[in-house]
Design a protein. Structure first.
Length: 453
């Protein structure tokens, strides 16, 4: 079904006057609700396949991942283990290897001895520690609204039986030393679980009937690695952001007011394409993190390898070859392709209701180059953001509170206004269109005022 840009499919409204993000498991919401029976006759867990913001750039793979996520059943087709490393007290879901049972995998806390290897399906994260459920699901949808930037993985809402969740929490506490931060964050979560309705955090963690936790269920993309080129060191968030601002090579190009043609030759080579992709990734990341009040980005940036190539077999509307980006290519095409790193932002939980580190570091104000498609989508979103259907999408579908949405809306208005003013003054160049840049066609500055249709 085709829709006009930036319209919203019908959604269930979750009580938009609530002060806190809270969840009623079987309230109509999203495109579809999938139920999973819980042994012992307790209430079924639910997973919500979300509505989409029409005109946003969702792919068929996104639709498939959403469905696959909601088909994962902790009691029949997946092994579930508590995280015992890093800082977030989440749950990890794994495929069950042939010849094993879930109980056998979970008895080893999902850590099989080499060379055996488990496939991680997804992570389940709640609004605890630095995590916030609306941030995780919000990043997925906003990335698609902006044109599918930064390879943000799909995320859905789901619930988990509280009794079973607490059993996994007790296991995590047994397996981790009390001095470890992960033990401490698990202890804090368990304290809130045990307090139940008396907990000040109950609306953020528990469904309204208090017998299930709720959070974001995030697809695990796999194959990603730490993007060391996007980390310039630092012990705390403010220091890391300042180091990125002053020393990151890609961002130094994004800050440079000179024409991109003076910085990157237009020959389709690995070095040139990589530099352009890194500039685009840096600008895109700053845009979405500024909008979403991201507090914990630097040190949490990964990459995947992708082949870039022009494909005459899939031409654009004008008949010219289209630029494609794929994880794998046929040998015949490999000789025409370049292999580069693409950013993947998969750790997005510390946002929306957090400190806006990108804004504090003044990163958006230094952007001098930007992808024209991302710019246009940002400006168009700002143009419709005060309409009721947009508010309902973020409040109902993504579980933003009124305060959450007002904060993000303010960020959007300020960023759109600033970027548009810079574009009109010539201080912002909309020239990070990778496909056009290496096509050999003449380059021209797109309009600063997008068409309204």
């Amino acid at each position: 079904m085709k829709s006009a840009p930036f319209a919203v499919l019908a959604i269930g409204v979750l009580g938009l006057s609530s002060a806190n993000a809270t969840m009623t498991p079987h309230h109509p919401r999203g495109e579809k609700i999938i139920e999973h029976a819980v042994p012992g006759g307790r209430a079924s867990e639910v997973c919500v396949i979300p509505n989409h913001f029409a005109g946003a750039k969702y792919s068929q793979k996104d639709l498939g991942h959403e469905t696959s996520l909601c088909e994962v059943d902790a009691y029949s087709n997946a092994a579930v283990c508590p995280k015992t490393s890093s800082t977030n007290p989440g749950l990890e879901f794994y495929e069950i290897p042939t010849g094993m049972t879930a109980d056998q995998v979970e008895a080893k806390n999902c850590e099989l001895a080499p060379p055996a290897k488990l496939k991680k399906i997804a992570k389940y994260k709640l609004s605890t520690s630095c995590s916030y459920t609306p941030a995780i699901v919000g990043y997925y949808h906003l990335a698609r609204i902006l044109g599918d930037i930064a390879n943000v993985p799909p995320a859905v809402l789901r619930t988990f039986d509280l009794e079973n969740h607490m059993d996994l929490g007790k296991k995590a506490l047994r397996l981790t030393p009390p001095s470890d931060l992960i033990n401490q964050t698990w202890a804090s979560l368990m304290s809130a679980f045990q307090a139940g309705g008396a907990s000040k955090r109950k609306d953020l963690l528990l469904t309204d009937n208090l017998d299930q936790s709720y959070g974001a269920f995030v697809h695990n993309p796999g194959g990603d690695e730490f993007y060391k080129e996007f980390f310039q060191g630092g012990k705390v968030n403010h220091e890391r952001a300042a180091n990125f601002r002053e020393r990151n090579p890609a961002f130094q190009l994004v800050k440079n007011s000179a024409s991109v043609t003076t910085m990157i030759p237009r020959d389709f080579t690995t070095a040139n394409v990589q530099k352009m992709v890194q500039m685009k990734d840096a600008a895109d990341m700053i845009v979405i993190d500024t909008l979403m009040n991201q507090q914990d980005r630097f040190g949490n940036i990964d990459y995947i390898n992708r082949y870039y190539f022009y494909d005459a077999a899939k031409p654009k509307a004008d008949g010219s070859p289209s630029l494609r980006s794929e994880k794998n290519v046929e040998p015949a095409m490999a000789s025409k392709a370049v292999l580069v790193k693409e950013m993947i932002l998969r750790d997005n939980d510390c946002g929306v209701a957090k400190e806006n580190i990108a804004a504090k570091a003044g990163l958006a104000g230094l952007i001098r180059h930007m992808d024209p498609k991302v710019y246009t989508r940002l400006i168009k979103l700002d143009m419709v953001a005060d309409q009721e259907y947009v508010t309902k999408f973020f409040r109902s579908n993504l579980m933003f509170t009124a305060t959450d949405w007002q904060s993000v809306r303010t960020n959007l208005k300020n960023l759109a206004s600033s970027l548009k003013a810079k574009c009109k003054s010539g201080d912002l160049k909309l020239d990070l269109d990778v496909e056009t840049y290496f096509s050999g066609k003449p380059l021209k500055q797109p309009a600063c005022e997008p068409a309204s249709t």
